[in-house]
Design a protein. Structure first.
Length: 134
């Protein structure tokens, strides 16, 4: 018998995605967060589900989920944050870009380069964003 972990639940949620069952994936992530409410990767996955939809209600839900992620992030020590740094900042950047806060999105992507200066995806994202002033 396996041990129930947030990691296993995230993996199983990904299986729904592989099967093209996004609605089921979203529900599975929500249910999993009831068992593991303080799990950052599950919380980031929830944001990802919402921003993938891009409708107004989903973006509002993404904003609420991002707020929970930020609260979790703020409680974590630097060592605990390290494995999630790129995913956290990139998720924040995508959300911020979708709601029109391109300067904040640019700053979130820039933060990735602090811990990973050779991250080519972050460099490409910065180039795409330019140097926004808003």
């Amino acid at each position: 018998r396996h041990q129930d972990t947030a990691y296993l639940r995230l993996f199983l949620a990904g299986m729904y995605s592989e099967l093209g069952k996004r609605a089921e994936e979203l529900e599975y992530i929500k249910v999993s967060l009831k068992t593991f409410p303080n799990d950052l990767p599950l919380s980031l996955a929830l944001v990802g589900q919402y921003i993938h939809q891009t409708d107004t209600d989903s973006l509002k839900s993404a904003g609420e989920a991002i707020s929970r992620c930020q609260a979790l992030w703020d409680k974590m020590g630097e060592d605990a944050r390290a494995p999630y740094d790129t995913n956290y900042h990139l998720t924040c950047a995508i959300y911020l870009g979708l709601i029109g806060k391109t300067r904040a999105a640019w700053l979130a992507v820039k933060q990735i380069l602090v811990s990973d200066p050779d991250n080519e995806d972050a460099k490409t994202a910065l180039d795409a964003l330019g140097n926004p002033q808003n």
